[in-house]
Design a protein around this ligand. Structure first.
Ligand code: ACO
Length: 430
């Protein structure tokens, strides 16, 4: 069969060009538009990149209509049932599930990188006590390049791997310390006898003065949340990491750009925004008022935790977290009226014509706050935990990009709509 093409015709000049169509292993075909500017002198226009594939990737696949999410070909539901965050992280970075020996080595290596340079501790003191922990994360992650500059050659696979271990293993420590600082509490050092999620909870909540045991339910729930957030193909923060990394910026700088992008309430900041929204709604009887506000085009209010650029069906991560919410609340014997409110809001929105027509379903962030609250994680740490989980996705995508034969610096074009050729007027004549 001849290679598939699509013809693009400029109706003004009559000039036509043939554009090759590329296939992925699954998912929509992709029109290769690289020759359009050269041949027709035009750019393509796609605000928000809603129709544009910016790269090829082997890592994560989403089918938004079916509500499918695959990490390296494995359905998220299977990984959630059988695997762990660290095993999924190995899978994302190395491309295959580890055998027992590889896994043990990986876990050991991660543990050997959890400490952060003592000099970095002083950086925390530069932040105001009430600084948002995400502000601290952006700063401290970026500053890692000033401490670990012995492995910053992005063309060296070994350097990339060492830097990746450093980011991945140190993020929970950096994150927990951001919280401790905001509380005026002593920093708790990582413990290598603990598992990854357990270690984070230990650094968040333990005191040097007494024993602290992490609840197995909390450890398991956090591990699941981290796994569900580990990667999500070319979302805003991952694309930011790729774009920053495409300039050959060092990995710590590129990842801190991703942390900044994740912070926004349209992205990873949504879980915090969901709880803020539920607090504002307050009671079930107020729900209709807020459903109405969400539909009013003159009102900036949106139902946080609802809608997704790719999922036009239930977010599969949301389904898993929703189930986990019931389990965690029951096992920890927590009664949270906010969960009841969230369920009532979900039920009402899913029956509403506005949300049905636009295929707006709850996303992962609609429920994660309920689990975080049950684990005692404060609202302003929700996105920080998401950052820990997503770090492996960012790193894997950055690593893949640097090995791509078609790699180029990311440099979008524009349709200029500003003034053309204005003569300069001296200040005294304006
Ligand atoms: N509440 C009310 N209306 C909504 C919502 C919402 N949460 N989300 C989308 N819409 C409406 C839009 O107003 C628009 O309506 P229109 O066609 O009448 O103009 C339509 O649905 C399509 O919305 P877009 O903004 O074009 O969708 P887009 O793909 O650009 O945005 C986004 C996706 C940002 C996630 C959006 O749905 C949103 O703001 N949701 C709330 C924030 C949120 O939960 N973000 C977390 C996403 S998951 C994650 O990042 C981990």
């Amino acid at each position: 069969m001849a290679n598939k093409t699509v013809t693009l015709t400029d109706n003004t000049t009559g000039k036509s060009i043939e554009l090759p169509v590329m296939q992925g292993s699954v998912g929509p075909e992709v029109i290769d538009i690289r020759s359009v500017y050269k041949e027709l002198g035009m750019f393509t226009y796609d605000p928000g990149f809603a129709s544009t594939a910016a790269c090829s990737s082997d890592i994560t696949y989403i089918d938004g209509d079916k509500g499918t999410l695959l990490y390296r070909g494995y359905p998220i539901e299977e990984l959630a049932e059988h695997s762990s965050y660290l095993e999924a992280s190995y899978l994302l970075w190395y491309g295959a599930l580890p055998n027992a020996e590889q896994y043990a080595e990986f876990v050991d290596k991660v543990k050997r990188h959890t400490m952060i340079h003592e000099g970095l501790k002083d950086f925390y003191a530069g932040f105001h006590r009430d600084a948002h922990p995400m502000a601290i994360m952006v700063g401290i992650v970026g500053s890692l390049s000033a401490f670990y500059h012995d492995s910053l050659d992005v063309w060296d696979a070994r350097h990339r791997e060492i830097s990746a271990y450093r980011v991945f293993a140190k993020l929970p420590t950096i994150a927990a310390w951001a919280y401790r600082y905001s509380q005026g509490q002593p920093f708790v050092y990582p413990r290598n006898d603990l598992e990854h999620s357990e270690n984070f909870l230990h650094m968040m909540f333990a005191f040097p003065s007494e024993e602290y045991t992490v609840s197995p339910v909390a450890k398991r729930a956090l591990d699941l949340i981290l796994m569900l957030h580990a990667d999500h193909e070319q979302n805003a923060s991952t694309s930011t990491v790729r774009l920053a990394g495409s300039t050959l910026a060092n990995p710590f700088a590129a990842i801190s750009a991703g942390v900044a992008a994740l912070w926004g309430p349209s992205h990873g900041g949504a879980s915090e925004a969901v709880v803020n929204m539920l607090e504002t709604i307050g009671t079930v009887d107020q729900i209709p008022k807020y459903i109405e506000k969400a539909q009013d085009k003159d009102d900036t209010f949106r139902l946080m935790g609802f809608g997704h650029r790719v999922y036009k069906n239930f977010d599969p991560r949301a389904k898993l977290i929703r189930t986990a919410c019931y389990e965690v609340l029951e096992e920890l014997k927590v009664e949270d009226p906010m969960f009841d409110l969230a369920m009532a809001l979900e039920e009402r929105a899913l029956k509403d014509e506005y949300f049905i027509k636009r295929k707006l379903y709850p996303n992962v962030d609609f429920y994660s706050g309920v689990i975080f609250r049950a684990l005692g994680i404060p609202k302003n740490m929700f996105t920080v935990v998401f950052t820990i989980g997503r770090s492996i996705g960012w790193l894997s995508q950055w690593n893949e990009m640097l090995q791509d034969d078609e790699f180029r610096i990311g440099r979008p074009r524009q349709r200029y709509t500003g003034p053309v050729s204005r003569p300069y007027v001296p200040i005294e004549k304006r």
